[in-house]
Design a protein around this ligand. Structure first.
Ligand code: SF4
Length: 458
C-alpha cells in the first residue's frame, strides 16, 4: 500500500520520540502505514511532504510546538493541500491559534484512537468533523481522555539510539532506552501543561507492553532505562512490578525516573528496593525554596520535605536531580539569593545543571495559573506566536537577572558546575548591590553524578 501519511516529531529532549513510536504502532494495528521522521535528527523530508495526504506533527512540549510550526510551514510550501494535524499537549493548549493559522486538525490526550480515525477519514476523503477527540476548523472536541488499547511502540524505522542523548556515569557513555509506564498525572500543580489536558487523570500502560518496549531497546544496545512518565510513582505498585521483572531479566541495567517530592517520602520502602535494583538517579521537581512560591504553585511539598527527600535518596546511594523554576512573577531577588544559599548549604551544586538556575515560568493558553483571582496583577497579553502569555516582573532587576543567568547557563553548559555556580552567585549579588558572603565551610568537590548528556526535565 502506498504510504500517503507522514508523521513528524521535532524535539523530545534528546530521546527517541515515543510520540512517533506510539502512533506508528496504532496505525500498524489498524492496517494503516506512515513514514515517520524525527526532525531533531533527520533532514526535513521534502519529497515525502510533497506527496503526503496527511501530515501529523507531534507537539508534546513548548519547543516542539515552535519547531513544529516551522515544519508545518515547510509542508504547506511544498504541498498546500496536505491535511496538517498537530497532536500532543501543546496542540490542545494552542488549538484556536493553530487552527486559525495553519492546522486542519488538533488532537490531544490519548491521541492514538482519534489519530487513526482521522487518518482513515482523510485517506478515504470522508468527513472529519465527527471524529471523537479531533478538533477541526469548524468543530471543537475536548482532549480524548479515554483508556485506549496500547500496542508495543513501533521503533523499527526511527533513528537508532546512538543518535540520541546518552547516560553518562563516571565518564562512560551508554545508550538509553526511553520508556513510559503511564500517561497523564494524578496531580494538578497549577503551572503544569499536563493539567489542562488530563485534569488529574492518568492511565497505566500494561506491564507486558512496557517490558516488551524495554526488551526491544536493550536488544538495540540500551544499557540505561529512562522512565519518562510525568510521575513514575503515580502507580507505585505498577512501577515496582515492572522494575522487579526488568531487574530479574537484566540485572546489569540501570534506570532513572521522575517523581514528586511527596512520592519520594510516601514510597520510602519502594525507593529503598529500587536502590538495590539499579536505580541511579531520580529527577524531582522541587521548583522553589520559598514556601510562598511552593504554596502558590500548589506543589504539595514544603522546603523541609524537599530537604528530607533529597537526603533520603543520597543515603540510599541514589543521585538526586532536583529541578527548579526560580523565575516567577512572585520570586523576589531576596528569594533568589536564598535559593542560591540553600543549594550551596545543601551541597547540591553538582546535581543541578546550570540551565535550572535560569528556568522562567511559562504560561501557556489554558494554564491553570490563569484561573487565580490575582491574575490581572501579574499576567500580560497572550503572545500567540510564541504560545505563551507574557509577564514581566514588578522588579525590573529580576528580568535583568534572568537575562544574565540565561546567558551564563547557555555559554557554560560543559563548564565545571562549581565555577558556573560562582558566576551565577557573583552576578546575582552584583545586581542586588550586595557583597558576596564569606563562605567559611569548604565546598566538597563532589564527583560528577550520573546524568544524561542532555538535560531532561519534569
Ligand atoms: S508538575 Fe509533575 S506532579 Fe505536578 S501535575 Fe505536572 S507532571 Fe504531575
Amino acid at each position: 500500500m502506498t504510504k500517503k501519511n507522514l508523521l513528524l516529531a521535532c524535539y523530545e529532549l534528546g530521546h527517541q520520540p515515543l510520540s512517533l513510536a506510539w502512533p506508528l504502532a496504532a496505525l500498524s494495528a489498524a492496517g494503516l502505514n506512515s513514514h515517520a521522521y524525527d526532525l531533531s535528527i533527520d533532514d526535513f523530508p521534502t519529497e515525502r511532504a510533497k506527496e503526503a495526504q496527511f501530515v501529523g506533527i507531534a507537539v508534546p512540549m513548548h519547543t516542539a510546538l515552535r519547531l513544529g510550526v516551522e515544519a508545518a510551514n515547510l509542508v504547506r510550501q511544498v504541498n498546500p493541500n496536505a491535511h496538517i494535524c498537530f497532536f500532543g499537549h501543546y496542540a490542545w493548549l494552542n488549538a484556536d491559534y493553530l487552527l486559525e493559522i495553519l492546522a486542519d486538525s488538533v488532537i490531544a490526550g490519548e491521541y492514538e484512537a482519534p489519530l487513526v480515525g482521522l487518518i482513515k477519514a482523510v485517506n478515504d476523503a470522508q468527513d472529519i468533523n465527527a471524529i471523537v477527540g479531533v478538533s477541526t476548523k469548524t468543530t471543537r472536541n475536548i482532549p480524548h481522555i479515554e483508556r485506549i488499547e496500547f500496542q508495543i511502540p513501533e521503533r523499527t524505522n526511527l533513528p537508532s539510539l546512538d543518535k540520541y542523548a546518552h547516560y553518562n556515569s563516571n565518564g562512560n557513555h551508554e545508550l538509553v532506552a526511553y520508556v513510559e509506564t503511564s500517561r497523564g498525572c494524578l496531580h494538578t500543580c497549577n503551572h503544569c501543561p499536563i493539567v489542562p489536558v488530563y485534569q488529574g487523570r492518568f492511565f497505566i500502560i500494561p506491564k507486558e507492553i512496557v517490558l516488551a518496549d524495554i526488551r526491544q531497546q536493550v536488544a538495540e544496545g540500551a544499557k540505561h532505562i529512562s522512565f519518562g512518565d510525568p510521575d513514575f510513582l503515580n502507580g507505585p505498585n505498577h512501577a515496582l512490578k515492572i522494575i522487579r521483572e526488568m531487574h530479574a531479566e537484566y540485572p546489569e541495567i540501570t534506570f532513572s525516573f521522575t517523581t514528586k517530592v511527596e512520592h519520594i517520602l510516601e514510597q520510602k520502602e519502594i525507593i529503598k528496593e529500587f536502590s538495590t535494583m539499579g536505580c541511579s538517579f531520580i529527577i524531582t521537581a522541587c521548583e522553589a525554596t520559598s514556601e510562598k512560591i511552593l504554596t502558590r504553585l500548589d506543589k504539595g511539598h514544603t522546603l523541609p520535605q524537599i530537604k528530607e527527600a533529597l537526603q533520603l535518596l543520597q543515603n540510599l546511594g541514589i543521585s538526586p536531580q532536583p529541578t527548579w523554576m526560580p523565575f516567577t512573577p512572585w520570586t523576589s531577588l531576596a528569594d533568589y539569593i536564598e535559593f542560591l544559599a540553600w543549594v550551596k548549604e545543601q551541597e547540591l551544586i553538582p546535581f543541578i545543571p546550570a540551565v535550572q538556575f535560569a528556568v522562567r515560568m511559562l504560561v501557556p493558553p489554558g494554564s491553570a495559573l490563569l484561573n487565580h483571582p490575582d491574575v490581572e496583577n501579574w499576567c500580560g497579553k497572550l503572545d500567540q506566536e510564541n504560545f505563551t502569555y507574557r509577564w514581566t516582573h514588578a522588579d525590573p532587576k529580576m528580568d535583568e537577572l534572568h537575562q544574565i543567568i540565561s546567558s551564563i547557563a547557555a555559554e557554560n553548559q560543559q563548564e565545571n558546575p562549581y565555577k558556573v555556580f560562582k558566576m551565577i552567585e557573583t552576578e546575582t549579588y552584583k545586581i542586588a548591590g550586595k557583597q558576596l558572603p564569606i563562605w567559611n565551610k569548604p565546598l566538597q568537590n563532589i564527583p560528577s553524578p550520573p546524568k544524561m548528556t542532555e538535560n531532561w526535565f519534569c
